[in-house]
Design a protein. Structure first.
Length: 480
């Protein structure tokens, strides 16, 4: 879940918090900010600074700006540091309209401020690569956004990325493969593109989410490509890079290739850990997850799981069913498809194989191709079939705030790895059920976990930590 803090000031002027350097103490003390509460809430002073360079608090933006590119940035800085550090106090109210806003309100800026200050002031000045880990729901995505805000003001060009399309969308970024312009088959970076980025932007920062799913070979490719591009022997070519993730969550699909913490880069980089949960508001669930994360299935955990075990027929209608293997998902999807009322439509694929896509109205499907990252139509997006014709399918997905988003999709051509064959078909698959792997990095209203097969590393923890409350979590058993 991408978390965004919405802070509303008086006179309807909205600002976002930022973490910036502390101003000169002597200069700050000379300003009587408290006496100017009503003045600093007005937009007119921004324009007076821009047009007339009028002094505020006995100084001007030109004299004080430092690294700040605008008076607005400087003002936000004064608000954020607060009066105790020479800043200003402004009345504020929180506009809570969705789960993201609730998470931010519960976390508050104080926690994020202390976390960022420690990481920025202590380590990032001397290390080009840093790993920030934390249990699911501790606000890693929120912290990532705060880093983005801070370093943009410092003049950095920020690139946000993740190993999968869903994870990339959650931080409003792109996939690692897309940034490095790598095809999934060749794994060869586009050095011309990387060289252009380095030449165009003198200060570059990479923010990488869900690092547990980055394999050892992929990290090596990233590191080697940036070293070759920048011609610097430092880690990641000397480009500031922050990895966010959780070592207790899912691993790369090909774990036989090696894990990220097997690399020298991981072992010799700075590391920080987040501990305050924000997704989960249920203390019982928080306590259970803290044990499951380290594979401690004691009596309390077993009792909790048993208390959440129900028959499949008793599951809520809005519950997303999670399986540990793709084969289980395929079998379950076939059963659910037959159970869904309505006529089916068979759409053949254009290739030498006999294959077709079976669809029904209002049937849940999952995208298997990145189409529009900015609108959330990425690999792993869940939606429902609304209309079907010979050349197009209309998909509708439910947004977090209760609205609906629609998209017409067409067939695409995909090469079959290891062969010369090309298949042309609509990039969707049935999604009555899905794998735990596809659910990582998202917050889900209600989850039902099927445990016929023993989950692999991190799967149980990832599945259980998708929800906010214990009442939204179920373990179900089949009818027989």
């Amino acid at each position: 879940m991408v978390v965004s803090l919405s802070v509303h000031f008086t006179q309807s002027h909205c600002l976002c918090t930022s973490i910036l350097e502390k101003p000169n103490t002597a200069c700050a003390k000379s300003r009587h900010f408290g006496e100017h509460q009503s003045e600093v809430n007005g937009e007119k002073y921004y324009y007076q600074q821009i047009v007339f360079n009028k002094a505020i608090f006995k100084t001007t933006f030109i004299a004080e700006k430092g690294n700040y590119s605008s008076w607005r940035d400087y003002f936000e800085h004064l608000v954020f540091i607060g009066p105790e550090n020479g800043g200003i106090s402004v009345s504020r109210s929180y506009n809570i309209s969705n789960l993201s806003d609730v998470s931010d309100f519960e976390r508050g800026p104080e926690i994020a401020r202390s976390e960022l200050n420690v990481i920025i002031n202590v380590e990032l000045a001397n290390n080009s690569v840093t790993f920030v880990s934390g249990a699911a729901g501790t606000g890693k995505s929120y912290l990532l956004k705060m880093f983005e805000r801070h370093y943009k003001i410092e003049g950095y060009k920020i690139f946000k990325m993740a190993p999968t399309g869903v994870a990339a969308f959650n931080v409003n970024g792109i996939t690692i493969h897309r940034f490095f312009a790598m095809a999934n088959t060749s794994q060869e970076p586009n050095y011309l593109k990387l060289d252009e980025i380095v030449k165009l932007y003198p200060k570059v920062m990479l923010l990488v989410d869900e690092f547990s799913m980055v394999s050892k070979p992929l990290l090596d490719i990233m590191n080697d490509a940036l070293i070759r591009t920048t011609q610097r022997a430092a880690a990641m070519g000397g480009i500031k890079t922050i990895f966010f993730g959780n070592v207790a969550q899912l691993l790369p699909v090909r774990i036989d290739e090696g894990l990220i913490w097997d690399t020298p880069l991981y072992n010799f980089s700075a590391k920080f850990s987040l501990h305050t949960p924000i997704r989960q508001v249920d203390q019982k669930l928080i306590d259970v997850l803290s044990k499951v994360r380290v594979c401690n299935f004691d009596e309390d955990v077993v009792k909790f799981i048993n208390s959440r075990t129900v028959s499949k027929s008793d599951l809520p209608a809005n519950c997303l069913h999670l399986y540990s293997t793709r084969s289980n998902v395929d079998r379950a999807n076939i059963k659910e498809f037959k159970r869904l009322e309505g006529e089916s439509v068979a759409i053949p694929a254009f290739d030498i194989y006999n294959g077709e896509l079976q669809l029904k109205f209002n049937m849940p499907v999952m995208l298997i191709q990145i189409l529009q990252v900015s609108r959330g139509w990425v690999n792993g997006t869940l939606a429902r079939v609304s209309e079907v014709d010979e050349e197009n399918i209309l998909l509708v997905k439910q947004e977090a705030e209760g609205t609906q988003e629609s998209l017409w999709i067409q067939r695409i051509s995909r090469s079959i790895p290891g062969t010369s064959y090309v298949r042309t078909q609509f990039p969707i698959v049935p999604a009555f059920d899905t794998t735990i792997h596809k659910a990582q990095s998202i917050t889900i209203e209600s989850v039902a976990i099927h445990l016929d097969h023993l989950p692999s590393h991190g799967q149980m923890y990832v599945a259980m930590s998708r929800v906010r409350k214990a009442d939204d979590l179920y373990r179900y058993i089949s009818q027989n």
